[in-house]
Design a protein around this ligand. Sequence first.
Ligand code: PGA
Length: 252
Amino acid sequence: MRTKIVAGNWKMNKNVQESIKLADEIVSELKDLTLEHTRVLVAPPFVNISEVVKITEATPVEVAAQNMHQASSGAYTGEIAAEMLTSLGLQTVILGHSERREYFGENDAVLTEKVSTALDHKLEVIFCFGEVLADRKSGKHFEVVAAQLRNVLFELSPDQWSSVVLAYEPVWAIGTGETASPEQAQEMHAFIRRMIADHYTQELADGVSILYGGSVKPSNAQELFANPDVDGGLIGGASLQATDFVALVRSF
Ligand code: PGA
C-alpha cells in the first residue's frame, strides 16, 4: 500500500516562539490519532528547525526542510547545505517549489543538481512541479508537467525513486483559494503515474506517493484525498493553524 502523506510547508511564516507553539499544538492534537500508513511532516523556516526537531523527536511528526543548496559546502553566503540538514536529524527536503522557481530562478538544471545532492546525502526529496494558469488555459498543462518531470527525474535509477515523493501543485491554485477540482487532480496524478510506469515499470510507479498542493483545506481535503492517485497533500496556508492541519491529517 502506498504511503499517505500530509506535509505542512510553513514557508516564510512563524518566528521561533510561534514555531514552537505550532509544533507543540500539532504534536498534542495528533497524540490520540493512530497513524497507519500516513506520514505527517512539517517544514518550518530553517532557523526554527532545531527547536521544532526537539518537540517532534519522540513523536510521529517528521520535520522537513523547505529548500537546500546544490553544493555540498563552500562559499555560498546565506545558503544551507544538505549535510547541515542531516546533521539536525532531518530526512526530507522539499525541492522545486513554484515559489523557488518563480522568485529565485530555480530551473530544471539547478533542480537536477539539487535532487542529486539531496539523494547523495540520503535525503528524501519532495519534488514540486505544476503548470501556471496560462499553460492550463492553452491546454498545455500535460506537456508542461511531463517536461518538468522528465527533465529532472527521469535519469534517476529505479532505486533512487524510493526516496522521491512527488507534489503536483498547479501554480494557479497555490495561495489563491482556488483549488483544482478532484477530477482535475486525479486526471493529472493518473497521467503522472502513467508516465513513470512507461519510463520505468508499473510496480515502481505504483509505489510513488503523489501529493496534491494548492489551497487544500479541511473543507476540500476529503474529496481530493479520496482519489485513487492522490496520496495526500502539500499544504501551505492551512498548515499554519494546528486545528486545520490536524483536520487534514484526519481527512483520509
Ligand atoms: P497553499 O500552498 O496551500 O497555501 O495554496 C501550497 C504550497 O505552496 O505548497
